[in-house]
Design a protein around this ligand. Sequence first.
Ligand code: SF4
Length: 145
Amino acid sequence: MKITVGLLAPKEEGMEKDMPEGIGLLDEMMADEEKYPLTKKSNDAMMKALMENRHLGAADPENPKDFWVKIAEFWDMPEEEAKMRRCGNCEYFDNTLEAKKAMEVVPVTEFDKKGGERGYCHKYTFICHDLRTCDQWEEKEYEDE
Ligand code: SF4
């Protein structure tokens, strides 16, 4: 007698599961353009404007020069406290899989690589980085379920 197992095994009655339509395993995850408006042009323009007007930086987090001194003055707090405020813990930072997919429209640059992980900023609709910050930082709340 021949016994077949795995995918080749005959299906037993009542064992087949109904898959909901449209949730096939091979469906590509699609970026939501309304939730994540973004183009390379809009990203570049917003990044430049924020560096000039909202203390976005440090351009090179490993060599920040006087970046933290200046933003600490702006926030009127000690430099060490200012350094704890990063995009990575700002409430507008989104590094979900959906955001990562949406950010693929903008090619990764050397500026990205210096900044750590990319995240989508919902306040300014551009790509920020977990090692950087801007003066509009707001604390992300931990949600206890
Ligand atoms: S608002 Fe928050 S996430 Fe957006 S650039 Fe500023 S610090 Fe980063």
